[in-house]
Design a protein around this ligand. Structure first.
Ligand code: ATP
Ligand code: MG
Length: 514
């Protein structure tokens, strides 16, 4: 359903745009006017031109003409598209805007979920993520973003090496079992953290060599390792907050710390190491040391020079915390993750409870007096998965055992090792959940569940970045019809009564079929 105000706007444009062309001596050879709503909810009017009647296409797309058209269109953005014929796209609903805050929707195993852009979610595997350089002035979202990464790494069973000089970013992870070493609190300790990571690379290099088959990624190695009965290696996430201050304290861009970090960036990827260096500022030479190895994620920065030196000039226009400019993913709004959520993950140790595990724990606590027998686990895993829906428990039950029995035993022993499940000697050795698991389960229960994006992003107004960035307009200037899925079905001519007589047949209203 397209609202009347858009139909009226479309009607007006279909009348006046041909005049603008005619005034400039161009034939207004429009063959069609199409009004549609894209998959994202934007309303577009397309004026389709008959290219057979056009001698010089470039005169129809000159910036000058487009500017005049946009002016008579009262500022409605106009995008020419000549990938397939020639048409003007008028974005009647205004430029889409990113929401100001989007809560982290929850863990997706093996995937780093970073935030949302105009096309949807920004996410990738850890392998594709590689190394990051996170820049941003105080208060614009670095720490929240670093916690978001750490949270997902923990949930994915990765190990962590952290440097947090002022202790403000990761206080909730002190003592977290996923840490390889205590959190570094001064430059020397940060240097040791890098040393430990390099040592791990050496160890892994030896394991890779022994594995044969020349693995060149962690996935490759783990594949070989599992085949030959070895333990798979976990991913290692190294986060160095206050990176620049650390580098300055330890000899600058040419100092040993910067050299070792650059070496880690260079070597680590193959061995499943993700390195993240964050700071409010980065000296140009410091960036230069690993520019080719890291992808910049730039929150608001004050200095144009810094923005430019990390390749994200637009970042000086950002006004909202959590908004990031990147060279790899364009502009996105990073997910917001509350500190307490990371604390929960930290308390849970390597691997928070999956949704199925949480529901199992809650069932035991709330409906079974805290008892959880192997048969209960098995029955609930089977019931949950039915014929094997794709849940964690289901997947594990299917891949690791013939039926849920193996899964139940493994889960029980994993929980016993963590002190979450004990055998109650007072009660015939029945397995019972402990207070630790109870606490974790209740904390997790209060975690926010998936929140979908606002259906109308414009209700969350933000006026800055999108208005001014070439990145965004480049995004919008892509052939807009390319966004409209599959079949387009006219729902009829003359569905509305246009103000001007004779126009009924000229505007087609189309809708999408899913
Ligand atoms: N992704 C986000 N979405 C919405 N709001 C955010 C987001 N990230 C940060 N904020 C808001 O900005 C505030 C400051 O964020 P954060 O602590 O991450 O800043 P910082 O860049 O680490 O600053 P500093 O350099 O001082 O450490 C947060 O408390 C939160 O209110
Ligand atoms: Mg911070």
């Amino acid at each position: 359903m397209i609202e009347k105000t858009f139909v009226d706007k479309a009607d007006r444009l279909a009348r006046i745009v041909p005049h603008v062309l005619a005034q400039r001596g161009l034939e207004p050879c429009f063959s069609d006017w199409v009004l549609t709503r894209s998959g994202r909810g934007d309303v577009w009017l397309y004026g389709v031109l008959d290219t057979r009647k056009i001698a010089r296409m470039e005169r129809y797309t000159s910036p000058d003409l487009l500017h005049q058209v946009s002016t008579v269109a009262r500022g409605v953005p106009v995008y020419p598209s000549n990938t397939n014929g020639l048409r003007y796209g008028f974005l009647l609903s205004g430029r889409p805007r990113l929401p100001g805050r989007v809560d982290f929707p929850g863990i997706e195993r093996g995937v780093v979920r970073m935030g949302v852009d105009l096309r949807g979610e920004v996410k990738c595997t850890w392998d594709r993520l590689g190394h990051l350089l996170v820049a941003g002035m105080t208060g614009y979202g670095k720490s929240v973003f670093l916690r978001l990464l750490a949270h997902q790494a923990i949930a994915d069973g990765a190990r962590l090496l952290l440097a947090d000089l002022d202790g403000a970013t990761f206080p909730m992870l002190v003592g977290c079992p996923a840490l390889v070493a205590p959190i570094a609190g001064n430059p020397q300790e940060a240097h040791s953290v890098v040393g430990l990571a390099l040592g791990e690379c050496d160890k892994r290099a030896a394991l890779y060599a022994a594995a044969g088959g020349f693995p060149d990624s962690l996935a490759d190695y783990n594949h070989l390792a599992v085949k030959s009965g070895e333990d798979p290696l976990p991913r290692l996430l190294v986060i160095l907050d206050e990176y620049n201050a650390t580098a300055v304290a330890l000899g600058g861009a040419r100092g040993q710390f910067a050299s070792d970090t650059a070496a880690l960036a260079w070597r680590g990827r193959k061995f499943g190491v993700n390195l993240v260096c964050a700071a409010q500022d980065f000296a140009k030479e410091t960036v230069g040391r690993f520019r080719d190895q890291v992808a910049p994620v730039c929150f608001r920065v004050q200095s144009k020079e810094l923005a430019r030196s990390v390749g994200c000039s637009e970042a000086v226009h950002i006004t909202r915390p959590g908004r990031a400019v990147t060279t790899r993913w364009g502009v996105f709004q990073a997910y917001y993750l509350d500190k307490s959520d990371l604390a929960t993950a930290g308390a849970g140790g390597a691997g928070v409870l999956s949704a199925d595990e949480l529901s199992l724990a809650l069932w035991a606590i709330e409906q079974n007096d805290g008892y959880l027998a192997l048969a209960d686990i098995q029955a609930r895993a089977d019931a949950h998965t039915g014929t094997g829906a794709c849940t964690d428990a289901g997947a594990r039950a299917r891949t690791h055992a013939h039926g849920g029995q193996g899964y139940a035993r493994r889960l029980a022993s994993a929980w016993e090792v963590r002190g979450w499940l004990v055998k109650d000697s007072q009660n015939g050795n029945k397995r019972r959940v402990t207070d630790d698991l109870r606490q974790i389960a209740y904390k997790l229960k209060t975690l926010k569940t998936l929140k979908t994006l606002p259906t109308n992003p414009q209700t969350d107004l933000q006026t800055d970045l999108e208005q001014s960035t070439s990145l965004q307009s480049a995004e919008l200037a892509r052939d807009p019809l390319a966004d409209v899925p599959g079949a387009l079905v006219p729902i009829g001519y003359g569905l509305y009564k246009p103000a001007v007589k004779g126009l009924q047949r000229e505007i087609t209203i189309i809708t999408e079929v899913n």
